[in-house]
Design a protein around this ligand. Structure first.
Ligand SMILES: Cc1cc2nc3c(=O)[nH]c(=O)nc-3n(C[C@H](O)[C@H](O)[C@H](O)COP(=O)(O)OP(=O)(O)OC[C@H]3O[C@@H](n4cnc5c(N)ncnc54)[C@H](O)[C@@H]3O)c2cc1C
Length: 638
C-alpha cells in the first residue's frame, strides 16, 4: 500500500455523527449472513463481545485464541472499573463531560469524532452488562455505585470490587458460549496466530499454530477481526499477562497495515515494585485505590524511618501539593512522571529508593477497615501476599510500570485498518485514547468496539465487498503457511546457547531506559542502535530447544520476542520523530519550566501512521487531527 487511506470521519457536527453514520451503513439480509464466514482473533473483552454479537446477527464466526479458555484472556485481570457517562444523578456527569475528559486526557492526540462516539455508547455498555448479570457494586438503594478515576472530576467509574474485568469478561463469555452452543461460533482455543493472509490486498485469513500438536493451520473467511490486546510486554516487565504479545498485529503491519503512534505507551503509577532481577511480571495496584489512598514521600531526602514513624508535617503529599485541583487523581502519565522524578532525586523509599507510599491509613481511620475491605479487599490481599506487608497497617510501596499501549494498528472511523477487510478492536488498535488513556476507559473502549461499533461497520464492509470464498489451497494461503514454516525452522535451527528470556529481559531494559516515562533524542538514538544490535545477536545466539511438532513453549516465546524487536525499533523511531511532549510521550527537550509537557500543535497535531517496507526504513504518514467541538488547550490538572 502507499499513503494513508481515507479515515472516513463523518462530515458535519460530531454530536450525532455516529447515529448518522450508522443509519447510512448498508445492511445484509439475515438470510444471507449465515453463509458468510467471519474470523475473530482474541477472546478478551473486545473479541468475545464482537464474536458473540456478530454470531447473534447470524454470521458464521470462527474464534481463535491462544488461551485454553476465553475466560483466561488478559481482560480478566482488569481491576478498577469501567467508565460511563451514566451517573448523571450523582454529580451531573454527561456525554459531553466524558468526551471532554477523554480528548483532554489524551492530550488532544485522538480523533474527536471517536471520543464523542465512545462517550455516547458508554451508557449502553453498562445497560448491556447489567442485563447479562454482571454484578456491579450497588448503593444501599440498589442503584449502581461509582467511584472516581484519574483525570476526571466526576465519579463515573462502575466497578465490581477490584475484579471488574473478570466480571465483564464472564458476561461476554456467557454471550459467546451461548453462540457456541447454538452452533454459530466455532471456538478454536490454543491457536497462536502467526501470519495474516491477504488475497489481492484484502484480509482473507490467518495462519495459526496449534499449540499442542504444533501443526500449522490455515483459517479463511470474508473478513478478519484482530482483537489481540496490547504490547506492553515489549518492556519485558509489565503489568500485562506473561503471554500478552504483539505478534498478530505486528505480522499484519508487515503485510501492509499501518501502525499508529507506537510510542504512545502508558506507564502506570501504582504497581508493586520489582523485587529482584529474576522477576518476570509486575503486579498492578488499581488506580481505584487512589480514591482513598494518598501518595506521599518523606520530606527529608534519605529518611529511613518506617512510614508510621514519620509525622504528618514531615510528609510530602506531592500530587496534592503540585496538583491541588486533582490531587491524587491526577492522570497516570503525570503521576508516574512526578513519582519517578522524586525517586531520581533521591527522595524515594524502599530498596534502591525506587518506591513511593500509597497510604490508606487515613481512610481506614475514618471509614473503618470493613468499608475499605469491601471496596478493595482482593487488592489488599494481593499486596500482602506479594510484599509480605499488611496494607491495612502500613502504607503500600508502589512504583510506575509499563501497563497499557495507546498505540496500535491504525484504524479508520469504522475500525478498519489500512488493509481492506481487516478490522482491529480493543487495545490492539490505535483509537480514542490519544497520547494517554484515562483509567477505566480501556474496558469501555473494548466493549464499545465489540458490542456496538464493529457489528455495524463489519456488516457494511461485507455488504459492499462480495468476494468468492478463499480455500486453503489458494496460493496466498500456501505462501503464508510456507513463510511461517520457514520462520519456525530458522528459529529452531539457530543453534545458539542463550535462552529467549535473556534477550527479552535485555530488550526490556533498553526500552524502559530509552523509551519509558521520559525520552530524549540522544537516548532514543542510542536505544535504536542497541535494539538493532540485540536483534542481530538474538538471531545468531538464541537457543530454541525442542521441535516444531508438539508443544514448545520456548518456540512460542522466541517467535513473540522476534516480533518485539521490530516493534521496539518502530516505537523508538516514532518517539524520535515526535518532537513534542504530549500525554505519556514526554520528551525531555519539550517541557515547561514547571516540568509539564509542552505540545506542538502546529507541527504534531496528527496521528503518525507507519508503513512497513521490506529491507528499508519505514515511512511515516500523518493523519491531521481536526478539532471543531473542543479546541486544544494546555492540559492542566493544577
Ligand atoms: C492488571 C491490569 C488491570 C487493568 N485494569 C483496568 C481497569 O480497571 N479498567 C480498564 O478500563 N482497563 C484496565 N486495564 C486495561 C484492560 O484490561 C485492557 O486494555 C483490556 O482488557 C484489553 O482487552 P482486549 O480484548 O483488547 O485484549 P485482551 O484481553 O488482552 O485479549 C487478547 C486476546 O487475544 C488473544 N491473542 C493475542 N495474541 C494472539 C495470537 N497471536 N494468536 C491468537 N490469539 C491471540 C488472547 O488469547 C486473548 O484472548 C487493566 C490492565 C491490566 C494489565
Amino acid at each position: 500500500m502507499s499513503g494513508l487511506p481515507d479515515p472516513r470521519i463523518p462530515a458535519g457536527p460530531i454530536a450525532d455523527a455516529w447515529q448518522r453514520t450508522k443509519e447510512g451503513l448498508p445492511l445484509i439480509s439475515p438470510l444471507r449472513k449465515g453463509q458468510i464466514d467471519v474470523l475473530v482473533v482474541g477472546t478478551g473483552l473486545a473479541g468475545a463481545s464482537a464474536a458473540a454479537t456478530l454470531a447473534q446477527q447470524g454470521y458464521r464466526v470462527t474464534v481463535l485464541s491462544f488461551h485454553d479458555s476465553p475466560r483466561r484472556a488478559h481482560s480478566v485481570a482488569a481491576q478498577g472499573g469501567i467508565n460511563a457517562a451514566r451517573s448523571v444523578a450523582v454529580d451531573g456527569d454527561s456525554v459531553s463531560r466524558l468526551f471532554t475528559d477523554t480528548l483532554k486526557g489524551g492530550d488532544f492526540r485522538a480523533r474527536e469524532s471517536g471520543c464523542q462516539r465512545l462517550a455516547e455508547i458508554s451508557s449502553g455498555i453498562i445497560d448491556q452488562c447489567v442485563a447479562q448479570g454482571v454484578p456491579f457494586a450497588r448503593e444501599y438503594g440498589g442503584s449502581l455505585a461509582t467511584r472516581s478515576f484519574g483525570g476526571a472530576l466526576v465519579s463515573r467509574t462502575f466497578y465490581a470490587r477490584g475484579q471488574t474485568g473478570q466480571q465483564l469478561l464472564y458476561g461476554a463469555y456467557q454471550a459467546l458460549m451461548r453462540q457456541v452452543e447454538l452452533g454459530r461460533v466455532r471456538l478454536l482455543t490454543r491457536r497462536d496466530v502467526l501470519e495474516l493472509i491477504t488475497v489481492d490486498g484484502v484480509a482473507r485469513g490467518v495462519v495459526a499454530r496449534h499449540l499442542l500438536s504444533g501443526a500449522l493451520e490455515i483459517h479463511t473467511a470474508r473478513t478478519v477481526l484482530l482483537c489481540t490486546g496490547g504490547y506492553s510486554n515489549v518492556y519485558f516487565l509489565s503489568t500485562n499477562a506473561l503471554k500478552s504479545n504483539a505478534s498478530a498485529i505486528w505480522r499484519a503491519h508487515r503485510k501492509g497495515a499501518l501502525f499508529a503512534n507506537p510510542c504512545f505507551t502508558q506507564i502506570h503509577p501504582t504497581c508493586i515494585p520489582s523485587g529482584d532481577a529474576f522477576q518476570s511480571k509486575l503486579t498492578l495496584m488499581s488506580e481505584s485505590l487512589r480514591n482513598d489512598g494518598r501518595i506521599w514521600l518523606p520530606l527529608e531526602t534519605g529518611d529511613q524511618r518506617s512510614a508510621e514513624d514519620i509525622p504528618e508535617q514531615e510528609r510530602d503529599y506531592f500530587l496534592e501539593r503540585l496538583y491541588p485541583s486533582y490531587g491524587n487523581m491526577a492522570p497516570r502519565d503525570v503521576a508516574s512522571r512526578r513519582a519517578r522524578e522524586l525517586c531520581n532525586a533521591g527522595r524515594g523509599v524502599g530498596p534502591g529508593g525506587l518506591s513511593v507510599f500509597l497510604d490508606l491509613t487515613d481512610a481506614i481511620k475514618t471509614e473503618g477497615r470493613e468499608a475499605i475491605a469491601a471496596r478493595y479487599g482482593n487488592l489488599m490481599k494481593m499486596y500482602e501476599r506479594i510484599s509480605g506487608d499488611d496494607p491495612y497497617r502500613k502504607p503500600m510501596r508502589i512504583y510506575p510500570a509499563p501497563h497499557y499501549t495507546m498505540g496500535g494498528l491504525w484504524v479508520d472511523y469504522q475500525l478498519m485498518s489500512s488493509i481492506p477487510g481487516l478490522f482491529v478492536l480493543g487495545e490492539a488498535n490505535y483509537s480514542e485514547h490519544g497520547a494517554n488513556r484515562l483509567g477505566a476507559s480501556a474496558l469501555m473502549q473494548g466493549l464499545a468496539d465489540g458490542y456496538f461499533i464493529a457489528p455495524s461497520t463489519v456488516t457494511a464492509w461485507l455488504a459492499g465487498n462480495a468476494a468468492p470464498d478463499v480455500t486453503p489451497d489458494h496460493s496466498a494461503c500456501r505462501e503464508a503457511l510456507e513463510s511461517t514454516l520457514r520462520r519456525i525452522e530458522t528459529m529452531l535451527g539457530s543453534g545458539g546457547t542463550t535462552p529467549v528470556d535473556s534477550f527479552h529481559r535485555e530488550l526490556g531494559a533498553v526500552m524502559i531506559d530509552s523509551c519509558g516515562i521520559s525520552r530524549d533524542a540522544e537516548g532514543l538514538r542510542d536505544g535504536l542502535s542497541q535494539v538493532e544490535a540485540l536483534e542481530k545477536r538474538f538471531h545468531g545466539e538464541v537457543r530454541v530447544p525442542g521441535e516444531a511438532a508438539g508443544p514448545n513453549a520456548e518456540l512460542e516465546k522466541a517467535l513473540r520476542v522476534s516480533d518485539f524487536f521490530g516493534l521496539a525499533q518502530l516505537m523508538l523511531r516514532d518517539a524520535l520523530a515526535r518532537e513534542e511532549s504530549c500525554g505519556a510521550h514526554f520528551r525531555e527537550e519539550h517541557q515547561s519550566p514547571e516540568g509539564e509537557a509542552r505540545r506542538d500543535d502546529v507541527n504534531f497535531a496528527h496521528i503518525a501512521a507507519w508503513e512497513h517496507q521490506d529491507g528499508a526504513e519505514p515511512i511515516r504518514h500523518s493523519e491531521t487531527l481536526q478539532f471543531t467541538a473542543l479546541q486544544p488547550s494546555t492540559r492542566s490538572y493544577r
